[in-house]
Design a protein around this ligand. Structure first.
Ligand code: 5AD
Ligand code: SF4
Length: 468
């Protein structure tokens, strides 16, 4: 599993010392190489955090495994964005109770956005006595300390402080993939969209130092990485609060200047912070993919206002126009919420018309889920779940037609792809274009992890192409 770990001198020495002690303790106490299982819910930020959890576990001498019933340490890295993800966590954490009966030395930890809510942390404390360690989003670099304290007989660990504005660099990492990797560039969110829990559980926006980011990107390119995904809750407000004057547009120009054949992706962008300067930077930087994930959430101005999104439908469409004009081969994706409290069917139709107007290559669609503590959770919400489900299906059907049309129009084009994985269909590998086409190509799997020019030849549920 281990593809890459790195440790430089900025990861706190005391955590390295705790890691050493955990390693020694486990060897003496367990008499074998201990195994650790990391279970991740939610967004790319969480996936990226989990790669660091794995890196720290490897530093502590654990072997990473996929099966919970073989593990000596299990950690759940949770998501709080919607209720559904939380329900799965309660069930899966509950199941560790019986695993502990078989393996009494098993340590169970829960971290991430969900536990950062007081009511959730309280429920773990009171009703889940077999959960040993609970910690929040801003202290996860202290995992070695938490494990050490618990295995050496300490109390159950609860560490949920959100005051930590400092960014800890050089946490060991297991990137898991040898050619695609994430680089978080900023943490937290200051936007307080009225439906969203993220600002409460990930704290205020903090941007990493541009030099740290560029160094990490350089190191990855040197190691052969072909795709770097820059991550943040709102990447285009990158740099706010730093005093070097480097904003997101400047940052991607700096990364684009790194020598080597690789591509740069980023998410998520907030329309209110998408500037002309950034659109021009994407246009000019040939390593930046010709794609924007630009969530609009709702196509109706009244709903956008109550959502506290701070842009109008017209402003959003003008940004799309500008991006299409400056970057002719650009493609778009978006997040959409259906059934926000008080949304009417007429208002929802504005979302449908916006989807038709922009022509997204694909969408991430969600039925509104009330999140305790957010303003929207107290707003009247008269539309039934069943009715919202119908609207949701209508949105999916609308998008399906658009995706099919765009895919048909792609036949005949030549695109550069990065081969990413084997396809479920025997003999094919899947290449991803700089936009969002997934192209099935009959080629040897040794090409996975490299770029190639592909001609798109056919659309039959998926796109097929041939190597040029
Ligand atoms: N209900 C439904 N969807 C939500 N999102 C965020 N909060 C909620 C919620 N309470 C969606 C938004 C966001 C994406 C990551 O999740 O569309 O862009
Ligand atoms: Fe949530 Fe809005 Fe911040 Fe995105 S920008 S994380 S939707 S509050």
């Amino acid at each position: 599993m281990l593809s890459y770990t790195s440790i430089n001198n900025k990861y706190p020495a005391e955590q390295v010392a705790f890691a050493e002690r955990v390693k020694k303790y486990n060897i003496t106490e367990l008499g074998k190489t201990p195994k650790a299982c990391v279970i991740t819910y939610g967004c790319q930020q969480n996936v990226s955090d989990s790669q660091r959890l794995k890196g720290m576990l490897i530093l502590m001498g654990y072997e990473i495994c996929e099966e919970e019933n073989k593990a000596d340490f299990i950690i759940f890295n949770t998501c709080a964005v919607r209720g559904h993800a939380e329900d799965r966590v309660w069930g899966n954490v509950g199941a560790t109770k019986s695993l502990k009966k078989v393996n009494p030395k098993l340590i169970v930890a829960v971290c991430g956005c969900m536990v950062q809510q007081q009511s959730v942390a309280d429920r773990f404390r009171e009703s889940y006595p077999y959960v040993d360690i609970v910690f929040g989003t801003q202290v996860f670099h202290r995992l070695p300390e938490f494990i050490y304290k618990r295995i050496t007989g300490g109390k159950r660990v609860y560490e949920l402080s959100l005051e930590n504005r400092e960014i800890v660099e050089d946490i060991p990492i297991d990137r898991e993939n040898r050619f695609k990797g994430y680089i978080p560039i900023m943490y937290g969110c200051d936007n307080f969209c009225s439906y969203c829990i993220v600002p409460y559980v990930r704290g205020r926006e903090r941007s990493r130092d541009a030099n740290e980011i560029v160094c990490e990107a350089k190191r990855m390119v040197d190691e052969g990485y072909k795709e770097i995904m820059l991550l943040g809750q709102n990447v285009n407000s990158y740099g706010k609060g730093n005093d070097d004057g480097i904003n997101f547009a400047k940052l991607i120009r700096m990364i684009n200047d790194i020598e080597g054949d690789f591509r740069i992706r980023f998410m998520t962008s907030h329309p209110k912070d998408l500037t002309e300067e950034l659109i021009f930077a994407i246009r000019d930087c040939q390593k930046v993919e010709r794609h924007l994930h630009l969530p609009f959430q709702s196509g109706n101005d009244r709903v956008l206002k109550v959502m506290n999104r701070r842009y109008s439908r017209e402003k959003y469409l003008s940004l799309i126009e500008l991006a299409k004009k400056e970057i002719p081969d650009i493609s778009f994706t978006s997040d959409i919420i259906v059934g926000f409290p008080g949304e009417t069917y007429e208002e929802f139709k504005d979302t449908l018309s916006l989807v038709e107007k922009v022509e997204y290559s694909s969408l991430f669609t969600f039925i509104y889920s009330p999140r305790e503590g957010t303003p929207a959770a107290t707003m009247p919400d008269p539309i039934s779940r069943a009715e919202k489900g119908k609207w949701f299906d209508e949105l999916l059907r609308t998008q399906d037609k658009i995706s099919k049309r765009l895919n048909k129009e792609a036949v005949g084009k030549t695109v550069r792809v990065l081969f990413e994985e084997e396809s479920p269909e025997e003999g094919y590998i899947i290449g991803k274009s700089s936009g969002t086409y997934n192209i099935y190509v009959s080629a040897d799997k040794s090409l996975i992890g490299s770029f190639a020019e592909v001609k798109i030849t056919e659309y039959k549920n998926v796109l097929y192409g041939t190597l040029i």
